[in-house]
Ligand binder design. Structure first.
Ligand code: ZN
Length: 342
């Protein structure tokens, strides 16, 4: 595997880094949508984060790299092995980041059932697809707005349920597919339907830095990295290690983080002020705030956590307001300032 640009060395893009960290700590926030121009390194942060995560223990030979401790969420093959009492061999593998290329067929994504073989030989001939490879990792879609709606829908469904079910003419196969969905979009190339937008947990905007010092720093680090990847990575190792520890700890303590009634009330007030449809916004806001609290080692969700995650949790859920042509980020910021005080 080639050396990955260190996560901590990415200049700026704080909101995107935060969104991915939150999704890594609590994948149930739903996927992350990254909007930005070409060449802003949208996929760098995802790859850098995955490379930084501790390797995961997986069953040798399992096509879905199940966790040997998985129990109920393991695939059928692993469950059968366990039931038969067969000793299971495991090894450590890197957290997968799978790219979903544009133009990928549904078979390639969900896997292919060979009906002919199934009928003639009576075996379940199933060739796993990209969703199988992404299990327990990240699925990255470049230009998600150019993907067919039904495919986006399907991906969000699988990401939410953690299971891929393939059904063809009365045959069916299911396997675990838990992954963090990260979709990038170029705002100039087609829009996502609002119904699909709303199904992503967080959305962030990435821009090329406009201030001189940041631009210089981006180029300087890139150049240093490309000239001496090992040395550059070594320089950032400590900082990456600190982030890694916060993720591991965040995951282990998220279940204990308290969500006080006051926080629930604030979240509801904010969503009402912004007129977001349904309850998904509030739920995501609370979950993201809780993941942030866990990352920071806080015991409970506070106003600060809610304020910080409000823009990525809500900006893609606003309806167009004909009387207000301000951008959605401005509208969220304004509502936050009104509710929490500047
Ligand atoms: Zn398995």
């Amino acid at each position: 595997m080639s050396v990955q640009f260190p996560f901590s060395a990415i200049v700026g893009q704080d909101e995107m880094k935060l969104a991915i960290l939150i999704a890594a700590v609590d994948p149930s926030v739903g996927g992350v949508l990254v909007f930005g121009d070409r060449g802003t390194g949208k996929s760098t942060a995802v790859r850098a984060l995955a490379a930084m995560l501790p390797k995961m223990r997986a069953v040798v030979g399992c096509r879905y790299h199940c966790d040997p401790e998985a129990g109920g969420s393991a695939c059928e093959d692993c469950k059968a092995l366990k039931l038969a009492g067969t000793p299971v061999k495991s090894h450590l593998i890197p957290v997968p980041v799978v790219d979903l290329p544009l133009g990928a067929t549904e078979d390639r994504v969900v896997g292919a059932l060979d009906l002919e073989r199934a009928l003639s030989q009576g075996v379940k001939a199933y060739e796993p697809g990209l969703l199988a490879r992404a299990n327990r990792g990240f699925l990255y879609i470049d230009e998600v707005n150019l993907l067919e709606d039904h495919l986006v829908d399907l991906l969000i469904d699988v990401a939410a349920s953690g299971e891929n079910v393939v059904e063809r003419e009365g045959l069916s196969v299911r396997h675990p597919a838990r992954f963090v969905l990260v979709g990038s979009g170029n705002p100039e190339e087609g829009e996502l339907r609002p119904q699909l937008l709303d199904r992503f947990g967080l959305s962030v905007e990435v821009k090329t830095p406009t201030d001189l010092p940041s631009r210089i720093e981006v180029v300087r680090r890139r150049d240093q990295f490309e000239r001496d990847p090992a040395g550059f990575t070594e320089k950032w190792k400590k900082e990456d290690e600190r982030v890694r520890r916060s993720i591991v700890k965040g995951k282990s303590r998220i279940a204990e983080v308290l969500v006080p009634d006051a926080a629930l009330e604030r979240a509801a007030q904010l969503c009402m002020a912004l007129g977001t449809d349904g309850l998904r916004g509030e739920l995501t806001l609370i979950r993201a705030a809780r993941a942030l609290a866990a990352l920071q080692g806080a015991a409970a969700v506070s106003d600060e956590h809610l304020k910080r995650v409000a823009p990525p949790a809500l900006r893609h859920r606003l309806r167009r307001n004909p009387l207000d042509d301000a951008g959605s980020t401005v509208r969220v910021d304004r509502a936050v300032a009104e509710l929490f005080g500047a």
